[in-house]
Ligand binder design. Structure first.
Ligand code: SAH
Length: 269
């Protein structure tokens, strides 16, 4: 890292092993790390030499304003520091990395972007859910359950999303899961459609709820599960019955080695 630069890095969904080598390098070289709510202590511990500055925002609570964070980064860079801006997951996936990068560029601050593993892909993988599967979907849609005002994005065309994508991956969807599930059912997705809710994915606290579009709201309420969570809607959720590798690592047998009912080894055909 060079003095006066800002590296906008993804930290991955939680497990420090999912950091990229570039992010690890940056952690070791930075003078200051400006980090988000979803970046773990274990990851920050890789930067003992650096000043750690929290710039988190969590679920609509009044906290650091986006503009203030961007200007803080400009300021730190102008002081000649090696600045690591560390964000959960990937900085360009529902992470406002684009806005921060743009402000830095507008102020003449040199930047480097380091992508990270996004929770909607890596978090699902830790739950044994492949985000695409040849027998399920040829496309996947990533949506946010919040719009800029923190309200449900009912401005989204749920009918089009529903028609286009076998698998829908919802970020920040816990608060508004009721209207989202309703919109998807109104758009024709069956109440029996499999849904997984993956909380604090890839961390030791990871919890997974398997439910359906018809029962997801009550099941979340009953489970007491809290954000951050990725909600996955689609038949690829069934693959978890074969691919729950964390359960298998604990010695449990797969529940079903052919959950999609293809009746043939996956390699054939
Ligand atoms: N840039 C991040 C997303 C930031 S938006 C990324 O690429 O992953 C914040 C939302 O991401 C959370 O509300 C939640 O939906 C999801 N998220 C991030 N980390 C997560 C984790 N470890 N487990 C479950 N969901 C997570």
């Amino acid at each position: 890292m060079q003095p006066g630069w800002v590296w906008l890095c993804g930290a991955g969904p939680g497990d420090p092993g999912l950091l990229t080598l570039h992010a690890l390098n940056a952690l070791r070289q930075a003078d200051v790390v400006v980090y988000d709510a979803l970046v773990s202590e274990a990851i920050l511990a890789w930067a003992p030499q650096a000043e750690h500055r929290y710039a988190g925002k969590r679920g609509g609570k009044p906290s650091a304003k986006q503009r203030d964070i961007s200007l803080l980064l400009v300021d730190l860079a102008r002081q000649g520091k090696r600045v690591l801006r560390l964000k959960g997951g990937d900085p360009f996936v529902f992470g406002r990395g684009g806005e921060e990068g743009q402000t830095l560029v507008q102020h003449g601050v040199p930047i480097r972007i380091v992508p990270g593993i996004s929770a909607g892909i890596g978090g699902l993988a830790y739950a044994g859910i492949p985000v695409t599967h040849r027998d399920v979907n040829q496309s996947v849609t990533f949506v946010t359950g919040h719009d800029q005002t923190g309200e449900t994005p009912l401005s989204l065309d749920w009918e089009a999303i529903s028609r286009a994508s076998g698998v829908i991956v919802i970020y920040m969807g816990m608060k508004h899961i009721a209207p989202i599930a309703e919109a998807l059912r109104d758009a024709g997705r069956p109440a029996s459609e499999p849904v997984a809710v993956v909380c604090t994915a890839t961390t030791p606290d990871q919890q997974v709820l398997e439910t359906t579009l018809g029962t997801v709201v009550e099941d979340i309420a009953e489970s007491g599960l809290e954000p951050p969570a990725i909600i996955c809607v689609g038949r690829s959720v069934l693959m978890r019955q074969a691919l729950d590798w964390q359960a298998m690592a604990r010695g449990l047998a797969p529940r079903d080695t052919d959950p999609l009912g293809r009746g043939r080894p996956a390699e054939s055909a």
